[in-house]
Write a protein that binds this ligand. Sequence first.
Ligand SMILES: O=C(O)[C@H](O)[C@@H](O)[C@H](O)[C@H](O)COP(=O)(O)O
Length: 270
Amino acid sequence: MSLSPGDEAARRLAASEHPAPDVVIEPDADRLARSVAEALVARLAAAQTLRATASVVLTGGSIGIAVLEHVAALAAEPVRETVDWGSVDVWWGDERFVPAADDERNEKAARRALLDGVGVDPARVHAMPPSDGSFAEPEDAAAWYAGELAAAAGDDGAVPRFDVLLLGMGPEGHVASIFPDSPAVSDERPVFAVRDCPKPPPTRVSLGFGAIAAADEVWLVVEGEGKAEAVARALSGENPRDLPAAGVHGIRATRWLLDVAAASRLPGRS
Ligand SMILES: O=C(O)[C@H](O)[C@@H](O)[C@H](O)[C@H](O)COP(=O)(O)O
């Protein structure tokens, strides 16, 4: 008995457990950042038409912050969709465990790029604690953040269902602060401390694979030739222990949002 195309797709989806990732390629890093910003505004606005609130998990890194800068610019343009930022829950995928005023903080960069200019509700901005806050140790900061996630999740469990979870990726395939062959790849907690991180600063707090998988959509935003090999390996099903970016999936969608350079090692692209 031959399967109809719809049956075949359902069979593949069931077999794959996760929807197949989709790949979007933009000409360069700036147009990638703007395209992701437009898509993020549309997705959050759409979520708010359904339930008045929306939730996003931000990432650090250069392209992650560039996206926020473009979102801020869009907020100043007469656009089709508008986001009620006062009803958006903002979380982080990872954070450097350094003083709050340190320029290395992902939160500080996100506030400067977007949050301080769009009227977010302070009670809905869920920053991971700094090293000069209430917690002297990153493990305690992580435990507190796990409580924040669980409180927001309510009956849904340990982690709320995020509408969009943004991730950058390092040249060796790390996402958030989950690095290859590190304890983080097998840590099943939703959030944990990371020490001796290969990317400075060395001490961080990071979501784990389980929390990332709670997102409705996971968007990996990657630019540059230096990451092309890792992109190709991730999309060819590499072991997440060796290449963490290969191990992240959204419930409904996993989107690889690339510039031409980062996509250059994909089949048919070189
Ligand atoms: O805190 C961090 O450093 C980020 O969360 C990290 O995971 C980042 O997204 C990647 O390292 C990509 O960074 P670039 O976009 O700057 O290459």
